[in-house]
Each structure stands twice: as structure tokens, then as C-alpha cells.
Design a binder for this molecule. Structure first.
Ligand SMILES: O=P(O)(O)OC[C@H]1O[C@H](OP(=O)(O)OP(=O)(O)O)[C@H](O)[C@@H]1O
Ligand SMILES: Nc1nc2[nH]cnc2c(=O)[nH]1
Length: 191
């Protein structure tokens, strides 16, 4: 995780209302996304998730998509995206997403009954997005068996209760205007 850690420590911080927000290729596709960073992350996901029991990867638009695509290419497991746009397919399930700074509607399509799913995302902060995804996935007929994010972002508040353990690759906080790495859970698994 050396590239990820180095680039996070260098990440610009912007204010989003009360919320301090780091800007990084993992979470914003800015500055530019380097292919070696995507590979590093996909390889680390392979090390911390039991992929043998996963039929399909699911992610949330927009900033989970590049991670799901990289992991899909590396594992040959297909992926779908919970989109911010409704398609109106018969089995579409709506997700009401609440984060620390916004609310949105997402829509899940194209999950088959009994499919075992891995939820992948860029970051987990309040847990609002994962909570909403868990509830909605339960309505699709699919089974959420694994969940993993690149970055666990501390917010100073307890995250919401979740029905599944969420793996993360790095845990970070923002202290005095800089990203601080609190935990690298992949250190033993990948190095
Ligand atoms: O744990 P939470 O507080 O729910 O925050 C995490 C969510 O916030 C971001 O999505 P956002 O809604 O900002 O949309 P984006 O992916 O389009 O940036 C991120 O991609 C996660 O999905
Ligand atoms: N880009 C970005 N997304 C977030 N989602 C939750 N916290 C953050 C953050 O600090 N930066």
C-alpha cells in the first residue's frame, strides 16, 4: 500500500461545509488515477476478501466504479453499479443514500436470485451508504457475503450499525489539515 499511503499523505484538503474532505484519486479520480495504484488496490482486495464465494461485485456510483472495474479485470468476476439514475426495470430496487454531507437516490438492477455479492467502494465514513446498500441488496434476491472499501475514514462519530463486517485497506483521519494513516490492515497480507 506504499503508493496509496504516500499519495494520501500528499492529498489536498478542502472544506465541504463543516466537513473536511481529502481529494484523492481513490475517492475523486483527481489528481489523475495511475494504473499502478489501481493494481495495488485490487491486489490488496484479493488478499483481504474471500473471493471464492463471490459471484458478482456490486459498487455504488460514482467513486466505487474504477475499483470494481480493476478488481473485476484482475479476478474475472463481473460487476454491476448501483446507479444514480433509475432504469425502471422490473426488479429495480431503490437505495436512499445518506452520507456525512449529502443525500442521494441510487438504483440497483441486474442481480439474480441467490447471487453471492461483494460490495466494493472507495471510502466508508458515516456508514450511511453501506447501510442503505445492505438493506437494498436484501430486497434484490442476492446475498451480500463480503464488503470491502479502500479507505475507512474516521469522522469522530460512531458509524451506523451494519449487518456485515466491512474490510478496509487503510484507516485514515484528517488532523491539522493533513491525512493521517491510522492503520494499514494489509501490511501482513500483502507485503
Ligand atoms: O460512509 P458514508 O458517509 O456513506 O460515505 C461514503 C460514500 O460517500 C461517497 O459517495 P458520494 O455520495 O459522495 O458520491 P460519489 O461516489 O459520486 O463521490 C463514497 O463514494 C461512498 O459511497
Ligand atoms: N473524497 C472524499 N470522500 C469522502 N467521503 C467521506 N469522507 C471523504 C473525504 O474526506 N474525501
Amino acid at each position: 500500500m506504499e503508493t496509496l499511503k504516500r499519495t494520501l499523505r500528499e492529498a489536498p484538503i478542502v472544506d465541504r461545509g463543516e466537513y473536511q474532505y481529502f481529494v484523492h484519486p481513490v475517492t475523486d479520480c483527481l489528481p489523475e488515477v495511475q494504473p499502478d495504484l489501481l493494481r495495488e488496490i485490487a491486489t490488496a482486495f484479493e488478499a483481504v476478501v474471500d473471493l471464492d464465494r463471490v459471484d458478482k461485485i456490486i459498487t455504488a456510483e460514482a467513486m466505487g466504479v474504477h475499483h470494481a472495474a480493476a478488481l473485476s479485470m484482475q479476478t474475472d468476476i463481473p460487476f454491476v453499479v448501483a446507479r444514480k439514475r433509475a432504469y425502471g426495470f422490473e426488479d429495480e430496487v431503490a437505495v436512499h443514500q445518506t452520507t456525512g454531507y449529502a443525500e442521494d437516490e441510487l438504483y440497483i438492477n441486474c442481480i439474480e436470485d441467490g447471487e453471492r455479492l461483494l460490495f466494493v467502494d472507495d471510502v466508508y465514513a458515516t456508514g450511511g451508504t453501506i447501510r442503505a446498500m445492505c438493506d437494498a441488496i436484501a430486497e434484490t434476491g442476492g446475498e451480500l457475503v463480503e464488503a470491502a472499501v479502500v479507505i475507512r475514514r474516521q469522522t469522530g462519530e460512531e458509524p451506523v450499525d451494519l449487518p456485515i463486517e466491512v474490510q478496509h485497506l487503510l484507516e485514515v483521519d484528517i488532523v491539522d489539515g493533513e491525512v493521517v494513516i491510522l492503520d494499514d490492515v494489509t501490511a501482513e497480507a500483502t507485503e
